[in-house]
Every structure is written in structure tokens, then in C-alpha cells.
Design a protein around this ligand. Structure first.
Ligand code: ZN
Ligand code: ZN
Length: 773
């Protein structure tokens, strides 16, 4: 031994990425012991630092297995090895973090891992049937943390003192539960119970009681990881209809939770990519196509949709409950209308009293509200529609160009709000928080800001806000900048979308120059003070100018036009055919309100009263939906008409052909499209075909607009909420590629306003840096 030791060289191996709080140190410890190596491992400010005495071949094996056998929640971005000196210790040890060392990173909440799931259903295991088991590879994280540092005392697990058996696992580096802060068992962890109305506890087995109520067609409020759900038997038309009635929600699709992939396949086509997403630790809702010849779901689950959102159980509680059902459950956020999801027991008893028949709840507090994340699969890859549980707060890596820029806090938009902290070449984007006009969501937004700043020890040098100074996020940001003495920068809405997509795709500052950006969304304040929503920009991170877009038309009644699609139909028909439009309206007339109401709208348009000009792609979709008679009165949420149009078009898109559009000097207008659409309506062409021709016409017009401005091989960013329409995204990607251009689209943050904060952050950094130099 003594002689051999002479040949061992000392090395420092540094691992960067998501390697703290995911069981990485015990992984290193076990690997070193397996290979008979001596040294030590510790967390530090840059990740994990390993000191190792090993001959070269053994070092190579160690590094290879470090990656291959990494714990499931780890993400290794880089491994660097340098030679060092020192005397070899007698064995390999895990060093405790120094008091001065930076905080252990918080990782996203992770779905029950296979090992914990196996224990749950193993009668010989001490956690058999226990609803709160977890380990280093799974369990709640962001949802339970109150303060830093991340240890049990600062989480919702503080009241539950570990029993001897749990403590032994927790302190044993060879155990899967080594330093798993939320670890628990039946003897020491949270308790589950079932309540009927008025807080009355029912039944000796809460899971059996809840399952009985669900089987009987009742609605059960279930406390989960990031909030309460309202659940009912998804196969019972009556139960789903009852839930819709109580929630006063007519059309917005419900998400489902199925016990297994096999069960999802009963109803939907599940590609390999979709299966991997469903079964991933993030366990998002995945929008899946309903399967031809598959088992039927009641229409009321997702009226008018050809896709349904499915997720798999992601907490032991869900596994145990689904094992008692014969089919999927509707699992929808427990809330009223547009309010955030309920998270507290007391709040649920009061707030859900008119919604639920029973409550399955427990003693572990949900500290931080986290909605279920939503993913969809376009032909060009997975797209994220809502980024929350399972994804936040994992940092997004930016291009190396951003490594040296000042720390920026970006405040996001007003709807689908998120904020973003960018520093050291990484961006931490908060979970989707919701619409800040809702007081509870605004409260959450402010609380999350304070928590994230603590968790990541973040002091901004720059605060970036939307140019729209009235946004509550902009106001909060302005106040915060004053408070921390940070510089406030205002970022144009559509430039932020543009930059979010560039950053999402990992593009550097120089590489992004000379990019085109097609930004299609509902509404945002343009740089000329008008409302934008269908713009072609040219530029990069340093700036972008508008080089073309969709024709601007009046938005009759401003905000009212967001709720009532027919107002946009009037604006579009008048825009296409002028004052005589009513003579051309034909079959569309039946979907318009009374002559009296129309006269009012016309007068408003004539006089420009409360009719701001607006180039929104979203409002064009509303107008077409209105022409087809969708939503004659009003819509419940902004994208509803567009979603219905997309679903109705999907199966006709390949064959249907395209409506023509018109382009003059970089502006696309729609008179030919409306002419052809009205003819189709008069000929009683099916709605699906009309919707498909509209989608195809829209794609071809916009691709034409881009191509007219592009030089060969140019990058073209596709962003804005309308890009979440997969027919459009796939169509644009294909059309631009065929034209020899390089489309760039979103993958890590949503194309809608949920991704805005990432764009603001990188723009804030670039602007501040440019002004310094
Ligand atoms: Zn586990
Ligand atoms: Zn225990």
C-alpha cells in the first residue's frame, strides 16, 4: 500500500450545474468508495468540489461514471479537473458545508421516484401505503421552503421531528435518503385525513373514503404538492358536468390524472417523446391527441378540443388514490374563476365549500403555490405552455456572452406573470404566478420575489420592466429599483419576446445580430405608442426595429374587444370592405348583435372613440372564430377562441388549401382572406375546412412577409402567445426552412407573456452593460 500510494496523483475535480440538493455528494462518495479512492467532496459557491487521489486510468473511470451514474435530478453542465498537491487522507469523506459557504441550491419539486413508488406498494416496507414518503431523488422542494438555508427547520417539515429510523437513513451517505430534508414515515411524518362538510373527519381510511366519494360521482378537494385540486371521476359525464357547473366554467378544458401510461393510452396517442415527458421528474400536464378508436371521454372534459391534458401521479398520495380508481380523475386547480389555486387547509374549507363534497387533506403546509406545468408537442418538438411545478426554479443556462454582465431582476408582464433573476450566465425564471390584477396573485408575486432573492442571495444592479408603466409588475419594479439603488430600465414588450426566444435558444450577443423576429400575440404596447401584436422586427439583443407586420385595425371598445370576439369581427369586416361591409356579411350576420349595437360600434370606429389601432394576430383569430359562430356572446379567457379554431382546423390542415392575403410594403392585410372566407360560408363549407384554410393562409402570408425582408440563411425568431398554436408554429417552421431560413422557437420558457421576464432580463443586462462601456 505504502509503495502504491507514491504513484497516486492528487486532483481537484470541479462539477458545475444543478449538483446541490440532489444527492450529488453521496453519489460521489459511493463512487469513490466503489473504486477504492481516497479524498473528499464538498459543496461550494461553484457547485461541487472533489479532491481525489487516483492514478490516471482510475480518474478517467471516476469522471465517466460521475456523469453516467449521476442522480436523477442532477444536471451536469461542466466537469473540470486540475492537478493539485497534498497528502492523501486514509479514506473518502463528505465534508460539511462551511458556514460561510453559499446556500445549497433549491431544486424543483420532483415526482415520486421509482424506488419510492415501489416502497409505497410493498407490504413488507415500512412506508407501505404512506402518503408522504420521498427521498433525495424525489419529493417536494420549492413548494415547502420558507427561508434559507434549505434544511428541514426552514421548510414545512419543521414540525415533524424525525424518528430514529428516518434519522438513521438521513445521516447515512449510503442511503437514498441521505440529507433528504422532507423525508418522513408513518411514525414521524404528516398525517392524511378525509373531511366531509363542516370540517368533520370521516372514515378510518381517508384514501378509501375519498375513493368512495369519487366513485359515487362526488367532487373531492385534494391537497397536493403546489396547491389543492378539485377531482372527480373523469369517466362520469354527470360528475364532470357537476364540476363545470359548480366552477361556473363552460369550456376551458380540464386536465386529467391517470394512474399509469397504459391508462393514458386507453384514450390518447402517446408518442415516445410524450411518454418521456409524462414520466419525467417534472411530471407536467401534457396535451395529447385523443386516439381514434380509443376509449371515449365525456365531451364535457374538454369541449371542442381534439387534445386532452394528461398527467401522471406525482406524489405518493396521488399514486395511492389512483390505485383505488378504475380510470382517470379530472384534476383541476381548486379555485374560483381567475383566482389563484387554494393552498391552505382553512382557506380550502371556506373557499371551496360550494365546490367540493369532501376534502382529502394533510398536515404538511404548502408554503409556495405552484400550478401544474403544461407542455405540448409540436412537430418541431416539445413546447412549454405553463412553466411552474417541476421546472421552477431550475436555472436556464444562457450563452457565455452573458457570464460577465451585471445582475438583473426582470419583472415580467401583467398576465401570466413571472419574474427572472439573471446573473453569471444563468437565468432563474420564477414559476408562473398568474394575472397580477388579482390581489392574491399580486401578493404571491411579491412574496415569491422576496423568497427567490433570499434563496439565491440576489441583489440586482439593474431592474428591467415592461415599457407599459401601468403594469403592476412595472410599478413593483420601479419601487424595488429605488429601494435597492438599482438602475431601472424599460423594455419594449415585443423586443422582450424577441430576446426571450433568442436567450431560450442559447444564442449569444454577436450571433443574434441581424435576426428577424416574428412576434405574434394578443396585445402589447409598441414602440410607437400603438398596440402591437403582429410585428416583424429586425435586430438582436442590442435593439430591434419594426420592418413589417399585420395591418392595424381599430380595437372597438379596447378591453371589451378582448372578451367579445364579434367586436373584432366588425373591425375586420369593415377594414376589409369599408363602410358597405354589412352588405357583404351574408351568413356572418347571424353571429352579430343587433343593428343598434352595431351602429354604436360603427360610430366608435368612425370617431376613433375608444378604438385604439391594433395589429394583433390574436384579435384576427377572435374575428375568424366569431365569423364561424364560436362564442357569440363572450369568451372566458384570452386564447379561447384561438384554441377552439386550432382544434377545429387540425385534421383538415394538410388537405384544405389556403386563403389568400395581401401584402403592400411589408404590411399584411386580410381583405382577400375575408372575401374567400365569406364565399366558403355562403357555400356551407364545413367549419373545420374554413378554419384550416384560415390557418394555412395566415402561415403563408406571414412566411411571405418574412421572406420578403430576409437575406439568405437568416435566423427568424418565432415568439408571442399566438406561437403556442401548434399548427402555426409547425407551419412557420416548415415554411421558413423551405425558404432557406433558420427559424428559432421557444423550448424552455413559454412563447407567451410567461416568458417575457427572461427577455427583459437579458435585454436589461445588455443595455446596462452597453451604457457602462
Ligand atoms: Zn424517492
Ligand atoms: Zn420516520
Amino acid at each position: 500500500m505504502g509503495l502504491e500510494a507514491v504513484h497516486l496523483e492528487a486532483h481537484t475535480v470541479r462539477v458545475r450545474g444543478l449538483v446541490q440538493g440532489v444527492g450529488f455528494r453521496p453519489h460521489v462518495w459511493r463512487l469513490a468508495r466503489t473504486l477504492g479512492l481516497v479524498g473528499s467532496v464538498a459543496n461550494d459557491g461553484d457547485g461541487v468540489a472533489i479532491k481525489l487521489w487516483a492514478a490516471q486510468p482510475m480518474l478517467m473511470e471516476f469522471i465517466a461514471r460521475l456523469t453516467i451514474e449521476a442522480p436523477p435530478l442532477a444536471r451536469i453542465d461542466a466537469i473540470e479537473t486540475v492537478a493539485t498537491t497534498g497528502t492523501a487522507p486514509p479514506d473518502f469523506t463528505i465534508l460539511a458545508s462551511h458556514a460561510s459557504a453559499p446556500r445549497t441550491a433549491i431544486v424543483p419539486d420532483a415526482a415520486t421516484c421509482p424506488a419510492c413508488r415501489a416502497e409505497l406498494f410493498d407490504p413488507a416496507d415500512r412506508r407501505f401505503g404512506y402518503a408522504f414518503g420521498n427521498c433525495t431523488h424525489c419529493g417536494p422542494r420549492l413548494s415547502i421552503i420558507r427561508a434559507i438555508p434549505y434544511d428541514r427547520a426552514n421548510t414545512a417539515m419543521a414540525p415533524f421531528a424525525m424518528c430514529e429510523a428516518c434519522f438513521a437513513e438521513y445521516t447515512n451517505p449510503a442511503d437514498r435518503r441521505f440529507h433528504a430534508q422532507p423525508t418522513a414515515c408513518r411514525d414521524c411524518g404528516p398525517r392524511l385525513w378525509f373531511e366531509g362538510g363542516a370540517g368533520l373527519e370521516l372514515g378510518s381510511n381517508p384514501l378509501d373514503a375519498a375513493a368512495r366519494m369519487l366513485h359515487a360521482g362526488g367532487i373531492v378537494a385534494i391537497k397536493g404538492i403546489g396547491g389543492f385540486h378539485l377531482a372527480c371521476n373523469a369517466l362520469s359525464d354527470a360528475a364532470v358536468a357537476l364540476l363545470r357547473k359548480r366552477k361556473a366554467r363552460d369550456a376551458k378544458p380540464f386536465a386529467l390524472m391517470a394512474g399509469s401510461l397504459a391508462e393514458v393510452r386507453r384514450f390518447s396517442d402517446v408518442s415516445a417523446e410524450a411518454a418521456a415527458l409524462l414520466a419525467s421528474p417534472a411530471a407536467p400536464i401534457v396535451l395529447l391527441p385523443l386516439r381514434d378508436g380509443g376509449d371515449a371521454l365525456p365531451d364535457s372534459v374538454a369541449p371542442g378540443q381534439d387534445h386532452v391534458g394528461f398527467m401522471l401521479p406525482y406524489a405518493p398520495l396521488h399514486h395511492l388514490l389512483l390505485a383505488r380508481m378504475d380510470g382517470p380523475l379530472v384534476m383541476t386547480s381548486a379555485n374560483h374563476a381567475d383566482e389563484p389555486q387554494v393552498i391552505a387547509n382553512a382557506e380550502s374549507r371556506v373557499g371551496l365549500v360550494d365546490l367540493a363534497d369532501g376534502w382529502l387533506m394533510h398536515e404538511r403546509d404548502i408554503v409556495n403555490r405552484l400550478d401544474d406545468s403544461v407542455m405540448a408537442l409540436a412537430r418541431c418538438g416539445p413546447v412549454i405552455i405553463r412553466r411552474a411545478r417541476g421546472y421552477a426554479p431550475a436555472p436556464i443556462r444562457l450563452h457565455a456572452d452573458f457570464a460577465g454582465l451585471p445582475p438583473v431582476l426582470a419583472m415580467g408582464g401583467e398576465l401570466k406573470a413571472s419574474f427572472c433573476m439573471a446573473r453569471d450566465g444563468e437565468a432563474v425564471v420564477s414559476q408562473h404566478i398568474g394575472d397580477l390584477e388579482d390581489a392574491a396573485a399580486l401578493g404571491d408575486y411579491r412574496r415569491m420575489l422576496a423568497l427567490y432573492r433570499d434563496l439565491f442571495d440576489f441583489t440586482p444592479a439593474v431592474v428591467a420592466v415592461d415599457a407599459h408603466a401601468d403594469y403592476l409588475s412595472s410599478q413593483t419594479g420601479a419601487a424595488l429599483a429605488r429601494e435597492c439603488g438599482a438602475r431601472l430600465v424599460r423594455v419594449a414588450h415585443h423586443h422582450a419576446h424577441f430576446a426571450a426566444c433568442l436567450a431560450d435558444a442559447g444564442l449569444g450577443i454577436a450571433a443574434a445580430d441581424g435576426t428577424l423576429g416574428l412576434i405574434l400575440d394578443g396585445l402589447g404596447l409598441g414602440t410607437d405608442g400603438t398596440l402591437w401584436g403582429g410585428e416583424l422586427l429586425a435586430g438582436g439583443y442590442g435593439g430591434a426595429r419594426r420592418v413589417g407586420g399585420i395591418v392595424a385595425l381599430p380595437l372597438p371598445g379596447g378591453a371589451a374587444a378582448m372578451k367579445q370576439p364579434w367586436r373584432n369581427l366588425v373591425a375586420h369586416l369593415r377594414g376589409a370592405f369599408g363602410e358597405g361591409w354589412q352588405a357583404r356579411a351574408g351568413a356572418v350576420a347571424q353571429h352579430l348583435p343587433t343593428a343598434e349595437k352595431l351602429n354604436v360600434i360603427e360610430r366608435m370606429i368612425d370617431t376613433g372613440t375608444n378604438c385604439p389601432p391594433c395589429s394583433s394576430a390574436g384579435r384576427l383569430f377572435d374575428a375568424v372564430a366569431a365569423a364561424l359562430g364560436f362564442y357569440p356572446q363572450s369568451i372566458g379567457h384570452e386564447a379561447q377562441a384561438a384554441m377552439a379554431l386550432e382544434a377545429c382546423a387540425r385534421s383538415f390542415v394538410t388537405e384544405a388549401g389556403a386563403y389568400p392575403a395581401q401584402m403592400d410594403a411589408g404590411v399584411v392585410s386580410w381583405a382577400p382572406l375575408w372575401g374567400a372566407l365569406l364565399e366558403d360560408l355562403a357555400a356551407r363549407t364545413p367549419s373545420g375546412v374554413i378554419a384550416a384554410r384560415f390557418h394555412n393562409g395566415f402561415v403563408s402570408a406571414l412566411v411571405g412577409l418574412v421572406v420578403a425582408q430576409a437575406e439568405p440563411g437568416m435566423r427568424v425568431v418565432l415568439s408571442g402567445g399566438v406561437m403556442q398554436n401548434r399548427i402555426l408554429l409547425d407551419g412557420m417552421v416548415r415554411g421558413l426552412q423551405q425558404a432557406g431560413l433558420r427559424p428559432v422557437w421557444h423550448a424552455q420558457v413559454p412563447a407567451n407573456d410567461g416568458g417575457l421576464s427572461l427577455g427583459q432580463a437579458v435585454l436589461g443586462a445588455v443595455m446596462a452593460n452597453r451604457d457602462l462601456n
